[in-house]
Ligand binder design. Sequence first.
Ligand code: 13P
Ligand code: SF4
Length: 332
Amino acid sequence: MGIVQPDNIQALQKKADAYARVKAVIPPMEWAVFEDDILAIQKLKHQRNAIILAHNYQTPEIFHGVADIAGDSLALAREAATAQADVIVMAGVHFMAETAKLLNPKSKVLIPDVKAGCSLAESITADDVRLLRQKYPGVPIITYVNTSAAVKAESDICCTSGNAKKIVESFGVSEVIMLPDEYLAQNVAKETHVKIIAWKGHCEVHERFTAADIELYRQQNPGVIVLAHPECPPDVVAVSDFAGSTAHMIDWVEQNKPKRVVLVTECSMSDNVAANNPDVEFVRPCQLCPHMKRITLKNIRHALETMTTEVFVHDDIAARARVAVERMIAVR
Ligand code: 13P
Ligand code: SF4
């Protein structure tokens, strides 16, 4: 056996720690398939001075196996802004990588699959936003982070599902435009006196849930607590026990330790949260986001080996989009 190099020892230790976290949700035989890539990624991160930011919807072998930071869209944006790494790999979708680039222009930002898009980001263009500004002069335009940088550049401020109400109220006005998620806008409108003009974009994952589904989960799983993401239709949120961003849902589980819970959102999140909460029973209806699922250990490894695909935002768009995202980050 050859001499074991220090970065090898570190990588092996990280791999062992990761398995200790996920053994409740990944059987040993399945983990064996991931081990080689996890070890290689840990070493590559060290060599490249790279970090991996992973959204809560990534699969457990990414979330627990290689991510340096895992979180909701807001947390990933905040982490990207202060990251000291030369390279940021976004284990998430394209708008998240663009947001990281806006906030940290000096770092190389890589996305393992450029086709990892988002139905919300696809639902609106910069031209649409310019037309809305003409139609509603003087009305602030709040753009969900699930949009392209070009759309952000036409907006006054961004928001995420974790801070949407606070951002809506931060203007101190009676009416705002909130784009592009109609359901998020309607759900926030129920919690504020501010009138919200919405767009008709929807998340293709959350729009699939219905109030009848929630009723069925309750019938089939007595006592289950229902936590819903605010990208769900308002009638789904209305019959849930709590609604919040992915990070808020995780916090709720950790603080309240329900006996039985269903997370009405993308289904990898239940695996990730279950790994940290062995005493909580998770009811798991499975709705996968096809865009998030484009990211795999294999293409993360490939991204770090080849330093592709780098995400760029045109200077003019970046300067204006950055203002909208930084304004959001400044609202506490
Ligand atoms: P959050 O993690 O910010 O709640 O967003 C959910 C989502 O759908 C991201 O694509
Ligand atoms: Fe977009 Fe919905 Fe997928 Fe999130 S879960 S990336 S909002 S399509």
